[in-house]
Design a protein around this ligand. Structure first.
Ligand code: ATP
Length: 230
């Protein structure tokens, strides 16, 4: 579904990605693991066309994204939930859910969103700023699900959240996988990643240095600790 090959990315003169190769198949949950600054967020931003310059190839359902106008990329059905979440803090939950443009048929209804994230149910008139960090993260994911995107890029959805909320986000991601969504996820928390992902790519200094299938994660734990410095 998504094939990234020899991706190089630059912020001005700064060369950040040095030939990244990643494949994500339809229906998979795949994580990008790696230390701070490894290039995980830049990889996601490259997919969305929001880095200064990128070369190489990023193909989504056979279509080349490099060279494509930035505004066309979400319309292909790719949704991005950035680390900073990107909800409208001054608007209510319902307003946040009504605003995203439907880019493709098949976006989830508000009712389906509430079934996926029961914490948001009954909070429709609550202002974004009054939500907890976990509820804001759920709302950020929900907004993207409204658009009809079927490839979802999640940048550190668990960052700063309590274990019980991380567990709820894990439940939601597993339900999304069951519904057929494809998910690429940046994670620092590999214990969480292990509960939801099919495969893990490990990044270091702008390269992919390893790919570990989830069922081989336990056998690779020592190596992973070294990669992540934990
Ligand atoms: P983190 O978890 O800290 O976000 P990451 O693996 O997602 O880490 P990136 O955010 O992709 O890493 O950063 C990769 C490199 O690019 C880092 O060296 C970072 O300092 C640099 N970088 C990121 N954003 C910019 C920018 N806007 N301008 C210049 N350099 C940047």
């Amino acid at each position: 579904m998504l094939e990234i090959s020899d991706l190089q990315a630059f912020y001005g003169e700064s060369h950040v990605l040095h030939g990244v190769n990643i494949d994500v198949r339809q229906g998979e949950v795949v994580t990008l693991l790696g230390r701070n600054g490894a290039g995980k967020t830049t990889t996601m931003r490259s997919i969305m066309g929001i880095v200064g310059r990128r070369t190489g190839s990023i193909r989504f359902q056979g279509q080349e994204l490099i060279g494509m106008a930035q505004h066309r990329i979400p319309r292909l059905g790719i949704g991005y939930v950035p680390e900073e979440r990107g909800i409208f803090a001054s608007l209510s939950v319902d307003e946040n859910l009504m605003l995203p443009p439907v880019v493709k048929d098949g976006g989830m209804t508000v009712q389906q969103i509430y079934e996926l994230f029961p914490n948001l149910q009954g909070r429709g008139s609550t202002q974004g700023t009054r939500l907890s960090g976990g509820e804001q993260q759920m709302l950020a994911i929900a907004r993207i699900l409204r658009t009809g995107a079927d490839l979802i890029l999640l940048d550190e959805p668990t960052e700063g959240l309590a274990p019980v909320i991380i567990e709820q986000i894990g439940v939601a991601v597993r339900k999304l996988k069951q519904r057929g969504f494809t998910i690429l996820l940046v994670e620092q928390n590999f214990r969480f990643a292990a509960t939801i992902a099919d495969r893990h790519y490990v990044m270091e200094e702008g390269h992919v240095v390893d790919m570990i299938p989830n069922d081989q994660l336990a056998a690779n734990m020592e190596k992973l600790h070294e990669y992540l410095g934990v």
